[in-house]
Design a protein around this ligand. Structure first.
Ligand SMILES: C[S@@+](CC[C@H](N)C(=O)[O-])C[C@H]1O[C@@H](n2cnc3c(N)ncnc32)[C@H](O)[C@@H]1O
Length: 253
């Protein structure tokens, strides 16, 4: 099988999972909100981007139902959202406020079809664990970014992603048996839905970014904002003790 065919097959598998999960995912994000997203990852990510993005072109890579795309278009950016899941893209299109400059495309991040040096910012939140060949996607991000352009990505913290959740004396904890295991993991999306993810260490992510030519400019392991305590007290308490998210900003030199 050629590389291109592999990327297609992998993306189709991911798309099937998110097609089944899309509606429930969007509802959970826009209803009460999720501790790890709305009260942790979203505020930490938005804080790293300028309040005024007028005149900037931003790619929301793996945009899902367009939650970030909307927030960043509201800051004035011209946003392009790409996602492999038809359900996610359709929700994003239906939810798009008419006045915002957002274009959504069904597509694979291995091959964005965007022009070289055309994008000011890329955000890629909770997507890269679905990607088998990280370097191929980082090379594509490097190609389409303008010089000095920024790529911001977040993933489940590998210390969490490689561990098993256990309750010890009624306290949730993560048992880490093998941090260096490079295998696949099946992530439970809830309601019987599952998606395949690839395990990598923190250095795998950073080295792949640097090998593609990026400068690592910011590295964060944020805790939730205080409002999260009201939303989900148990998850909040755990996220105050154990790292849930890795957030990285890379700059194209
Ligand atoms: C957990 S969701 C995150 C959505 C969005 N980034 C957010 O934070 O709200 C992951 C998304 O990545 C998309 N995705 C995964 N692999 C992809 C690929 N190779 N190309 C395009 N989209 C992909 C999935 O379809 C899914 O919508």
């Amino acid at each position: 099988m050629s590389e291109k065919e592999q990327y297609k097959q992998e993306a189709n598998e991911v798309a099937q999972s998110y097609n089944a999960f899309g509606k429930a995912y969007h509802e959970s994000r826009t209803g009460k909100g999720r501790l790890f997203n709305e009260y942790l990852e979203v505020p930490a990510t938005l804080a790293l981007l300028n309040e005024d993005l007028a005149g900037k072109t931003l790619l929301d890579a793996g945009c899902g139902s367009g939650i970030y795309a909307t927030r960043l278009a509201q800051r004035g950016a011209r946003v392009i959202g790409i996602d492999i899941s038809e359900t996610m893209i359709n929700i994003a299109k239906n939810e798009k406020p008419a006045e915002l400059d957002i274009t959504y495309h069904l597509g694979n991040l291995y091959e964005t079809h965007l022009s070289e040096n055309s994008i000011d910012y890329i955000i890629c939140n909770y997507v890269l664990e679905n990607i088998h060949n990280l370097s191929a996607v980082f090379n594509e991000y490097y190609r389409i970014l303008k010089p000095q352009g920024e790529c911001l990505f977040s993933i489940s913290h590998p210390l969490r992603a490689h561990a098993i959740k256990e309750s010890k004396n009624n306290i949730d904890t993560w048992i880490l048996e093998n941090y260096y295991d490079k295998g696949e993991r099946i992530s439970d999306l809830g309601e019987g839905l599952k998606v395949k993810k690839y395990k990598r260490t923190i250095s795998d992510y950073l080295n792949a970014g640097m090998t593609s030519g990026f400068l690592i400019n910011h590295f964060a392991e944020p805790q939730p904002i205080p409002e999260g305590k009201v939303s989900d007290a148990n998850a909040y308490e755990m996220a105050m003790r154990l790292p849930q998210l890795l957030l990285v900003k890379m700059i194209k030199l």
